[in-house]
Write a protein of this length. Structure first.
Length: 306
């Protein structure tokens, strides 16, 4: 990967206690008991958060010769039972691996249509490349569109996820302050078939169009009034199973949790994040620039990592 990655994984693991050999009388190890008597012996101690051998099982402190059922220590089974009943979640926070998308398009006087597009691997801490932007304006000289998005990768593989709990994409966002009124926004997440490569594209007075990833998504939130003006090369193809949340108002910071279970179940591990207006102002729109400062995945693994 061109992008640098810094990870923090939070995982609770059960302790792996040694087994006591059959017939052992070493007092430093937990006693070995008969398997059929285990449930009665563990019920009360587990509820109390401790393990002890009840008096009626004292005869099980040592394994009888030739008893194949006596092979696992009481302490080990108790710890493994408690660990199996306690679900473990994994939270992986990543500092900007992925790609920043930025494009602009113009129609009007002079060389037209024209446009630029840049797709770059993100490196280092938060910077202007991690902004989410979506804007359109027009005047006597023509009309222009501005778009910036983000692609994040390294999501949890489908075959490693327990879908009994949701898979979450956690995004930290700060909206830049503004000295004028802007339109409210939504922040959206959709799946990508594969991680993108670096792109540098431009055209002037030409009908040429950039790679599909450079095209801005069409504003389409519920309750949107009016028809957004379409850029020269059109809108990006509509993504499947898009998850949306309200964007941050200008000058505010917040944490957004997106349930991406459906996307992960469909084998997506790369995701596009973009902002879009939830309202238009006389056919135009400009939203507060949403700076993504960190992101990560939270999920329940099928097996506890070793």
């Amino acid at each position: 990967q061109a992008a640098s990655r810094s990870r923090k994984t939070l995982v609770h693991r059960p302790l792996n206690f040694p087994r006591t050999a059959v017939g052992s009388s070493d007092a430093a190890h937990a006693s070995c008991i008969h398997i059929p008597g285990l449930l009665g012996a563990l019920a009360a101690p587990l509820a109390a958060g401790s393990v002890a051998v009840e008096p009626e099982y004292a005869q099980d402190d040592e394994c009888a010769s030739g008893d194949d059922s006596c092979s696992v220590s009481l302490l080990q089974i108790a710890e493994q039972t408690k660990a199996a009943s306690a679900k473990t979640t994994v939270e992986r926070m990543v500092s900007h691996p992925g790609f920043a998308l930025s494009s602009s398009f113009f129609e009007g006087s002079g060389p037209s249509p024209s446009g630029t597009c840049s797709v770059k691997a993100l490196k280092g801490p938060a910077n202007y490349n991690s902004m989410l932007v979506h804007g359109f304006g027009h005047g006597g000289g023509g009309q222009s569109w501005q778009y910036s998005g983000l692609v994040v990768s390294d999501g949890p593989p489908k075959n490693q996820v327990d879908f009994n709990q949701p898979v979450l994409l956690k995004v930290e966002v700060h909206a830049k302050p503004a000295s004028w009124t802007m339109q409210s926004s939504t922040i959206n997440v959709g799946g990508l078939e594969e991680e993108p490569a670096d792109v540098q594209w431009s055209a002037s007075g030409s009908a040429d169009c950039p790679p599909a990833l450079c095209l801005p998504p069409r504003p389409s939130c519920a309750g949107l009034v009016g028809v957004p003006a379409k850029p020269p090369c059109g809108w990006a193809a509509e993504a499947e199973a898009v998850v949306s949340k309200g964007g941050m108002p200008a000058g505010e910071t917040g944490t957004l949790l997106f349930d991406i279970s459906e996307l992960v179940a469909a084998n997506y591990s790369s995701f596009k994040i973009w902002a879009a207006p939830s309202e238009l102002n006389r056919g135009m729109w400009q939203i507060p620039e949403q700076i993504v400062t960190s992101w990560g995945f939270i999920w329940l693994p099928l097996e506890i990592p070793i």
